[in-house]
Design a protein around this ligand. Sequence first.
Ligand code: VAH
Length: 313
Amino acid sequence: TILIIGACGQIGTELTQKLRNLYGKDNVIASDVREGNAAFVSSGPFEVVDALNRNQIESIIDKYGVTEVYLMAALLSATAEKNPAFAWDLNMNSLFHVLNLAKEGKIKKIFWPSSIAVFGPTTPKEDTPQYTVMEPSTVYGISKQAGERWCEYYNKVHGVDVRSIRYPGLISWSAMPGGGTTDYAVAIYHEALSKGKYTSFLSEDTRLPMMYMDDAVRATIAIMQAPTENIKIRSSYNLSAMDFTPKEIAEAIKAHIPDFTIDYVPDFRQKIADSWPKNIDDSHARNDWNWKHKYDLNDMTTDMLKNLQSVVE
Ligand code: VAH
């Protein structure tokens, strides 16, 4: 049985649906610190779990015979800059609870998300390699870098089967964005439909690594299904699909909505974005567990607008 902690978040929302389609709804327990929305609760078991409460996590594991945990609860980059102490507490101590439960034999396999936010201003920005200088300058990035070190340590020292992906910016339609610097690329689609215009909080030429959520969820399931001997990296795998700038995504939207207009008013998130790579080398993921992305900017734009139009109408 699978437990998803943070199931109501941006990744958790789609991950829960895909895992339920794959393994059957009663084998996937969704949980979040807040009450689940109606769609979730009706489509399978839901529990209120605070990722910082080890006893709550353990009691759900015992109640359902959980064998695998996807720990998707965290504060993302922009929010974490506003709440450094809580961000460190939530991002790190939730991971320690799950790693320790696995060390004690109560969990067989863990998925834990890292991010391209582990890279900092001194990291090479083009084709950022799997192994390189990593001096993250954000609270979120520091927590993800530390988390990667602990995942590798628990795997090497305690034999914990924990697997991780350094997600690029993720774009999806089924959940509202939650405080990420890359979330301009989600809001732009909503506002293109509702207002016909968007004011970007990143400058027009800010190039960032990005991925459509369908690809991200498929990669997450693929790394968890891969034979353990294929998982050669136990910190976290670079993963990539595309990279684009606010100007380029606006052009892609204009191909569907010709009158769409964009303007640029950079805010504190510009500094965060400027510390990150422009694009990522994910050859290790492609070699070790056959990763291959499917969606490019135009495919994603078509799918996003189609799905949002159906939701908006
Ligand atoms: C954020 N979407 O913006 C997340 C992600 C690489 C970016 O970590 O914080």
